[in-house]
Write a protein that binds this ligand. Structure first.
Ligand code: RM4
Ligand code: MN
Ligand code: MN
Length: 419
């Protein structure tokens, strides 16, 4: 892959765009460094074409094992220098030789972000079914099996140098009356306590919430309130994870983010976008303004606490679907996240605060929207360029026919593990 030729060909145009941006906007000191430091983890389950319950249309060249998934993320990282981590889902991606996997990842400049447990599917060899839940289950033996699985996942993560466990539970009920909400809640907390007790001291536990699906009447960790109350019971290492697609329609996600952050209980993100529910669409593809408003709260809240933007929260993507090349899609998601972050860094917070104190509602909107409507793509590209990435990663991916190469190496009929 010839990144420097690609960059050279685009350099004049890029410089023109960047100069224009600099002439229009006062770039705060250190903004490029912040963009360069900001890495977004790629989920191992998004590297194949996502299916729906109706079907799956593989585009070919999908990674057939963990090694190939790491190679794919390495490819993304080589192109954008901003995807320097991978998040694994167990048992979809069990590292059988952790030292070799760690080594391979290091060769690509990749770290391991949160490891994810899976108690929403039954595995062939498992004794008890999760049909009626896992950590909430009425049977202690089923709960224990799910607890043990989570502890197993932590062990895999430790071997890879990961520092967090993400727990997403499909537990809930499909019909009114099916579940004693109180018992389900209490059993879930008790189970989580056992998992929490197995966390290494420098690890975090992220508890993800989701309003519905696969259960359609109630979800036991159904919203940020449920997650927040549970992580508070667990202790300081437990925090809430916000997946953007997991809310009921029109939820004010940026306000949720602001409150969790203020309370010190925001753990991290699963970025994606949605029109209806947990659609797992490309970040920024449907509601880019919402993504910007979320980052606006993040920058404000993190700065208020003196937090390190790059390191103090878990930044992960959770998106995959049917109709795009998964690697191109992930490049788009990463760029959308970087754009929202860059714009949030440009907000004149003093002016915004002054306008708020003066109840100048119009001015508040003007300040935010002026930034949102500023094209910061050249700034994000400059950060990539300085790190040795491509000015236009998707264009280079296509020029170099990288998908064709993957199909040649892996075959046209490959299907990656995942949903
Ligand atoms: C869930 C949730 C989890 C993800 C699974 C595959 O809806 O978003 O984070 O691990 O899907
Ligand atoms: Mn998720
Ligand atoms: Mn989801």
């Amino acid at each position: 892959m010839n990144i420097s030729n690609h960059n050279e060909a685009l350099l004049a145009q890029h410089t023109r765009r960047l100069d224009f941006l600099k002439s229009e906007v006062n770039l705060p000191a250190g903004i490029l460094q912040k963009l360069k430091d900001f890495q977004i983890a790629i989920p191992s389950w998004a590297l194949g074409t996502g299916g729906t319950r109706f079907g799956r249309f593989s585009g070919g060249g999908e990674p057939r094992n963990l090694e190939e998934k790491i190679a794919d993320v390495g490819l993304l990282h080589a192109l954008n220098q901003s995807s320097g981590a991978i998040s694994l889902h167990i048992p979809w991606d069990i590292p059988t030789d952790p030292a070799a996997i760690r080594n391979l990842a290091a060769q690509h400049g990749l770290a391991f972000d949160a490891v994810n447990s899976n108690t929403f599917q039954d595995q062939a060899d498992q004794a008890h079914s999760y049909k009626f839940g896992s950590l909430q289950h009425v049977s202690a033996a089923t709960r224990k099996q799910a607890i043990d699985h989570n502890i197993e996942v932590i062990k895999h993560g430790v071997e890879l140098g990961s520092k967090a466990l993400t727990v997403w539970l499909s537990d809930g009920s499909c019909f009114p009356g099916q579940l004693n909400f109180r018992h389900a809640y209490e059993r879930t907390v008790d189970s989580l306590r056992e998992i929490y007790a197995a966390l290494p001291a420098d690890w975090s536990l992220y508890l993800e919430y989701k309003a519905y699906e696969p259960n359609f009447y109630s979800t036991t960790v159904g919203d940020w309130g449920a997650s927040y109350s549970m992580v508070n019971k667990l202790g300081p290492q437990a925090k809430t994870l916000v997946d953007l697609g997991h809310h009921l329609p029109n939820a004010n996600i940026e306000q949720i983010v602001s409150i969790l952050l203020m309370e010190g209980k925001l753990g991290g993100f699963h970025f994606n976008d949605s029109k209806y529910g947990d659609d797992d669409l490309t970040a920024g593809s449907i509601k880019p303004y919402q993504l910007f408003l979320i980052f606006n709260e993040l920058v404000d809240g993190m700065d208020a606490k003196g937090m390190n933007h790059a390191k103090d929260l878990g930044w992960m993507i959770d998106a995959s679907h049917n109709v795009k090349d998964p690697l191109e899609d992930l490049l788009q998601s990463v760029e959308a996240i970087q754009i929202a972050y860059a714009q949030a860094l440009l907000v004149d917070r003093k002016a915004l605060e002054a306008a708020r104190e003066a109840n100048d509602v119009v001015r508040c909107q003007e300040i935010l929207q002026a930034v949102f409507r500023t094209d910061v793509r050249a700034l994000v590209a400059q950060a990539r360029l300085e790190l040795g990435g491509a000015l236009d990663p998707i264009a280079l991916f296509r020029q170099e026919k990288l998908r064709d190469q993957l199909i040649k190496a892996r075959g046209a009929k490959t299907v990656a593990t995942g949903l």
